[in-house]
Design a protein around this ligand. Structure first.
Ligand code: ZN
Length: 393
């Protein structure tokens, strides 16, 4: 076959005679083959085009519709792919929003910068959930999804898992704080309600972003309200004045109705008295801001400290001040000196605790049990680390 084909194209020599001159032209076999090939291709292309026209003419209208349908299906699949690409971009944007929210919460509520975010090593209820998580997430992902969609689905599942574990941890903390706050004679539900209504002047750091989380899904909305509750209860716990205002013994029976030392008549005594040497250091009973330094009728020299959450402490009959208005003070920090100014019969501290402007017996705070103080210390550490991150920025 090959030999027969080659035999067709043999070198030819042609003599051409023009005006008496004879020229010699040589046509090689390779040249002949090339020309034949080009001619063949042109012929095939023409035949193909003719055939297409013919086929189209021969097709019935039904057959033509079928072809049109196939073409439409191809176009629709292209549109589906385009839509899927849009969805990927949309899903990725959602995931980014959620990640930002999680990082913001980590920073605001736990003082954790994004790079250092790790799931809290938690004992008890959170631990088994953490072990089950990988199986749960991989089972949720549709194996028919394209690879890049699977990546996003995995990310989303991990975010969900993280949010769920965070919610468990936050609820645990809030429950502990709730118990401690209740043991100190406060109403936790009322505290959260008041804070949500913007009363009591608490510093709730994430308030500005409120409402955003609900657009990020149910678990994020649940997490947002859990964080709010934890924040209110723990900050209240930190603000409650459980530190001794002076290193002397208190007259634990002095709060309430008693005979007035000046008139002898029955009168309400709105604080606790701490008798001690003149000039003894007077200490802030909780962290807060000094909001009053000066004289008040009957009280003599007074310092008042605002602890937030509607909690204020008043220190009276002072002989001198060691703090100024606006100063941030830590629990146990000296703010004044003991004295006997105002309506006082001898050197002592008159110590008052006011909740939303109403005097309450400070005893329950000063006599807080170890379990309550432990929860309070835990809360103080978290709130402190949040403040440290905020101040560092
Ligand atoms: Zn008093």
């Amino acid at each position: 076959m090959r030999q027969r084909f080659s035999a067709l194209f043999q070198d030819h020599e042609i003599f051409v005679r023009t005006h008496g001159h004879v020229r010699f032209v040589r046509v090689s076999a390779i040249w002949q083959k090339r020309v034949a090939l080009i001619a063949g291709i042109v012929l095939l292309a023409w035949a193909g085009a003719t055939l297409a026209v013919l086929v189209n003419q021969l097709l019935s209208s039904g057959e033509r519709a079928a072809v049109a349908q196939q073409q439409a299906a191809a176009a629709a699949s292209e549109a589906r792919i385009a839509k899927y690409r849009d969805n990927v971009a949309e899903t990725a944007a959602d995931l980014e929003d959620r990640q930002e929210q999680l990082e913001e919460w980590s920073k605001v509520h736990f003082g954790v910068e994004p790079a250092a975010v790790t799931p809290e090593p938690h004992t008890g209820a959170a631990a088994p959930a953490a072990e089950q998580a990988p199986q749960k997430t991989s089972a949720l992902i549709d194996p028919n999804l394209p690879p890049e969609a699977q990546v996003l689905a995995r990310l989303e599942a991990r975010q969900e898992d993280f949010a769920t574990r965070l919610l468990t941890a936050v609820n645990e903390r809030a429950a502990k704080a709730e118990g401690a706050v209740a043991k100190l004679g406060m109403n936790p539900a009322a505290l959260v309600r008041n804070a949500a209504a913007g009363r009591g002047g608490p510093f709730i750091p994430y308030r500005g972003g409120k409402g955003r989380a609900s657009s990020l899904g149910k678990s994020f909305a649940a997490l947002e309200s859990a964080l709010f509750r934890m924040e209110v209860l723990e900050r209240t716990l930190v603000a409650l004045p459980s530190g001794k205002p002076a290193n002397v013994l208190m007259l634990s029976s002095s709060y309430g109705y008693r005979s007035d030392p000046f008139t002898g008549a029955g009168a309400m005594h709105s604080g606790l008295d701490f008798p001690g040497p003149l000039g003894s250091p007077i200490l802030a009973a909780a962290p807060g801001r000094v909001v009053y330094v000066g004289q008040k009728s009957g009280y003599g020299n007074v310092v008042e400290v605002d602890h937030g959450q509607g909690i204020l402490t008043r220190y009276a009959h002072l002989s001198g001040f060691t703090s100024t208005v606006g100063a941030q003070v830590a629990a146990g920090q000296q703010i004044a000196k003991m004295g006997s100014t105002g309506r006082s019969t001898g050197s002592h501290l008159h110590f008052e605790v006011r909740l939303n402007g109403v005097a309450v017996n400070p005893r329950r705070f000063l006599e807080a049990k170890a379990d309550v103080l432990e929860v309070k210390d835990d809360a103080r550490q978290r709130v402190g680390s949040v403040a440290a991150v905020r101040d560092a920025r």
